[in-house]
Design a protein around this ligand. Sequence first.
Ligand code: DGL
Length: 272
Amino acid sequence: MSDANKAPIGIFDSGIGGLTVVKAVMEQLPNENIIYYGDTARVPYGIKSIETVREYALQITEFLLSQQVKCILIACNTVSAAANEEVRAFCGNVPVLDVVAAGAEAALSVEAKNESIGVIGTLATVNSQTYETAIHATAPGKRIFSKACPMLVPLAEEGWTDNEISRLVIEEYLGDFREKNLDALILGCTHYPLFTPLIERYLKKSGTKVIDSALSIAARTRAMLAEHNMINESGEKGEFTCFVSDKPQRFQNLAERFLGKKLHRIEISPLV
Ligand code: DGL
């Protein structure tokens, strides 16, 4: 194994939600060092213009490359939708994976009973039709039903992921999806995996498989690193470094909830 294998994996998101991807990567690749960047000063991206999201995404990419990462995971659906090509071009030979491609692939691997897939995400992600493009590239006959669920982001930030209010919001957003007997529902926003138990319960009778793209991108990362002989096989537990552009007071608590574990150090590194 070369020293390059010990280089960290760079993961970024508009804010805290990408920690759901970090958690999945930690579980599937426990020896990898990880550097995370959350743009907490400028979140949310989901309601911003494509041009603005692109500019922010390239600034973060530049920062991660300066940390000598061996690959980059775009852990934000909105960035994947708005700036995928730009980030890849900027990275040159450094491999880039994104949550949209991973989520689309996972949804297509579900047994197709009704040839239909649901997608929920931010306004920017849903309006971009990025999941439609990714899915139709391999399965043009699939029917896709998408819906923006903007209320879920603040609910997740508040920690209201499985209470009476979140239940009512899920019912309001997914009411018509329940009748469609979708084969799969892609959680196309980094915050939504926190609602997985609630959504699974709500869609239970319709037999819809709920797709968490955090799990899929982690599996893809493992496969990509193995293919390029880039896995860190040092046997040491991977280190996690968390950078943010601003540290709101409740960030630590929230981050620990997303990650499901204690965070000892969070560094503030503004981009502008
Ligand atoms: N991280 C964003 C996403 O996955 C959700 C939060 C935001 O709007 O910035 O689309």
